[in-house]
Design a protein around this ligand. Sequence first.
Ligand code: FAD
Length: 410
Amino acid sequence: MRQAERIVVVGAGQAGATLAQRLRDLGYDGALTLIGSEPYLPYQRPPLSKAYLLGDMDLDGLTLRPQSFYDDLNIEVQTGRAVTAIEKTEKLVSIGDETLPYDHLALVTGSDPLRLPEALGGHLAGVHVVRGLSDIDALEPEIVEGRKALIVGGGYIGLEAAAVCAKRGLDVTLIEAAPRILQRVAARETSNYFRALHESHGVKLLENSRLAHFVGDERVTGALLDDGIMLDADFVICGIGVRPSTGLAEAAGLDIDNGIATNVFAQTSVPNIWAAGDCASFLYNGDRIRLESVGNAIDQAKIVAENIVASLKGETLKPYVAKPWFWSDQFDVKLQIAGLNRGYDRIVTRDSGAGVMSFWYYRGDQLIAIDAMNDPRAYMVGKRLIEAGKTADPNVVRDASTDLKSLMKR
Ligand code: FAD
């Protein structure tokens, strides 16, 4: 293999760590630098709103690999360092006053949480987001039994944070501007399931409830809703979505379209610059989408590594074929999702009792996605069928007495 002088990976998160490791697994033994703006080795984010926030996981458990792992693979990890510019003609990145040359550059910069504007009180002390470890450090002292937590946003992160706060004995209210929680991402059936779950644990869910503004001088003390309702709050967690971290790519003149635009090979508009994970958009069934999930970050990062190595060897590049999957933990329920439910026109419910349930999304006769609650078997069968482009007979799905594995044989 003709070795590149250096591969630089910008963003030491899930995708960055995977990409660097995969390059070594594939035999790339040139210089390899992984640069991350956070002062930590790459770590997993999902537990930040689940086990880690609950206190069931420590920092070691969160960290993907210890320093010795990177040392052994001769991966230079620079933490607490933000890449500030890309000079694509010179093939240099700047880190403040320093520059670093590259032959191939991978952008895996993730996404940034949306914050509410100052005009709504989004700047007040006690208003939090949950994206990184430093957010949890700031939030953790707030989570004290008996205090009042207000969660803004009924997506997965807001609901997970609400579940943790309720489990830790707080008085929890969640407001969602849309008519139902999870509206953007799931069917009404899934929303109903999680509404009932939260309410059974004492979480107050206010749907169709829009924040007018937070109340408080320097520190938040409550919130006024559009409909005049006033809520007291000791602190607030905003889970209102993310935006892809595209600033660096945009300033360098790369194409941006709902994220850093990549082609089917995960290449940006500049061939030796690649992108993966939350920051990257790609075509999926004709739509330019981004997937904010661990599975996508890992799979796409691996394709980038494989295609960089293929480029160095002058070999054919491999297309990225996304196989979307996701999970969420709330109270004692594990939700597992496979496929993308865009454009569904029918839901088939499989109810095995005691909260073990799955919702199967169809477009016409085609199974396109599944939400499975405490039902790993349904998830696994659904996922395999969706990934194989097969469908599932709704009569078999609906009948909880049937063995789902029979669907695989058709
Ligand atoms: P990240 O992991 O965000 O890493 C990007 C890194 O790049 C960051 O460390 C950032 O600081 C760094 N960076 C950005 N700009 C620069 C720069 N200029 N220079 C240097 N470094 C830079 N997904 C699931 O599949 N299931 C879940 O249950 C789930 N739960 C989640 C819960 C929470 C609280 C959060 C926040 C996310 C969750 N996700 C979940 C989403 C998942 O964690 C992300 O999709 C995944 O981390 C994306 O990986 P990434 O490498 O693209 O980005």
